[in-house]
Write a protein of this length. Structure first.
Length: 455
């Protein structure tokens, strides 16, 4: 059982907590501010927007299994004080609203009383749940056998509420009963025992061994973290977390892991997809629907299961460009007999991809990102091509860097896929808003120019 399966509900904790907080905020504002002549539509949007902006900068929802109660209290105080000031600031800018210090005090006190109690109970019972049931644990091993590594082992074993199951040490330099094996046995152990996190003692690993281990972890979606020794380590790709007083360095795979970057990219996706849906799909869909149905029987849209972010399944939508058939896991080839006349046109102009803007709006895809492959391609190339699985760190895109550089359509040789992965990985590791805009502009240019492999 993998970490994703053991903790499959963990990803819902933050959204659920956010929704509960919003219900409390909106509900209590109606109770305490009903006589203050407030425009509740504006006020609701104002407080929700401010709440999440403050929450981002205060780290209000950034609570992990190793976060201490003191850190949680500090986050709550920051959120409460700044949010109170923001609520007070609303009244001078609302001409008709009546300011009431008593109402604001009761509102703020009631809101944070409920939110604090909810968070305290959730934090307490989640820790107890891990200890009592042994579920939602993450399997961890340590590479190296230094004093710091042994201290981390002791922390895992004593602080069971952190939710880690320690499976052993691996070392080339020391052999005793605590050592599971040398590094030659490490990769098979990681796969066989479904290890979730690897902690490396940097003093025992050469640069080459670290490089190989990082690449292996990338390909198998295993988190890798570093235990610092006495040497100073500086890198823009490292961040430090504290388990009590114990420092652990975490490797940051991509800038797209940053919450503010996720927010910016998601906001752009929503705005851009809404524009396309309203300005183009609203009138283009009926026209293409008639043309598709005139030529062949079947649905207007083609729905296909694809692997998305973290290899989670989603259904990718397109305008149907082929006659109804059962070979859906076979990609289109040149002069494919399944493709209709209308289908040939919409595939050549990439109009068949337009319904994927609904996938973007729903959050399954992004406007720009690695194109979603077939499940059969994942199975074929996942273990054959280095860094293939890195492309699943982000949402798949309607267009991507590989596509605008000519690596789209049918995969005829391994070299085609290698080049596609090379550009996908480059995009993930070097993302910027400017790069997204360049790819979108180049995509539009390519549509009008025509592309050799658009068939």
């Amino acid at each position: 059982m993998t970490a994703a399966q053991r903790g499959r509900y963990s990803k819902y904790l933050k959204p659920i907590s956010s929704i509960i907080d919003l219900i409390v905020l909106v509900g209590f504002s109606f109770i305490f501010f009903k006589d203050l002549n407030i425009n509740f539509i504006y006020f609701t949007f104002y407080q929700i927007f401010c709440w999440f902006v403050i929450a981002y900068f205060s780290g209000f929802y950034e609570i992990y299994r190793y976060t201490t109660p003191i850190q949680i209290i500090s986050k709550i105080i920051k959120q409460a004080v700044i949010f109170l000031l923001v609520i007070i600031a609303f009244f001078p800018f609302s001409k008709d609203a009546v300011f009431s210090g008593e109402a604001i005090g009761l509102f703020s006190g009631s809101v944070f009383f409920l939110i604090i109690n909810f968070k305290a109970l959730a934090f307490y019972y989640l820790k107890k749940y891990r200890i009592v049931t042994g579920s939602n644990y993450r399997n961890a091993i340590i590479v190296g056998y230094s004093d710091e590594a042994k201290r981390l082992r002791d922390l895992f074993n004593t602080r069971t509420d952190f939710g880690y199951r320690f499976l052993g040490f691996f070392s080339d330099k020391t052999q005793n009963q605590d050592i599971k094996g040398d590094l030659s046995k490490l990769e098979s152990f990681l796969i066989d025992e479904k290890v979730d996190e690897v902690y490396c003692s940097l003093g025992e690993l050469s640069n080459e061994k670290i490089k190989n281990l990082v690449e292996f972890a990338d390909e198998n979606n295993i988190a890798i973290k570093f235990i610092p020794d006495s040497k100073a380590i500086f890198s823009k790709n490292l961040k430090i977390d504290y388990y009590e007083l114990f420092p652990v360095l975490s490797l940051q795979k991509t800038q797209l892991d940053e919450p503010v970057v996720k927010f910016v990219k998601r906001a752009f996706d929503i705005c851009f997809s809404l524009l396309v849906i309203v300005l183009f799909l609203s009138w283009l869909t009926p026209i293409l629907a008639v043309l598709i149905l005139m030529e062949s029987k079947g649905p207007i849209f083609f729905k296909q299961s694809r692997p998305g972010m973290n290899e989670e399944e989603f259904f990718c939508y397109k305008f149907r460009s082929m006659r109804v058939n059962t070979t859906t896991e076979k990609e289109a080839s040149r002069n494919d007999p399944r493709v209709t006349k209308v289908g040939r046109f919409i595939r050549k102009t990439s109009l068949d991809e337009m319904p994927q803007f609904f996938n973007v709006l729903f959050g399954d895809m992004s406007v720009v990102g690695p194109r979603p492959h077939l499940w059969s391609q994942n199975k074929t190339y996942g273990s054959r091509i280095k860094k293939y699985m890195v492309r699943h760190y982000v949402k798949p895109g309607i267009t991507g860097l590989a596509q605008v550089r000519g690596f789209r359509g049918e995969i005829e040789t391994d070299e085609d896929m290698i080049n596609r992965i090379k550009y996908d990985v480059f995009y993930i590791e070097n993302w910027s808003v400017l790069l997204d805009l360049k790819i979108i502009v180049q995509t539009v240019i390519n549509i009008f120019k025509g592309e050799e492999k658009a068939y």
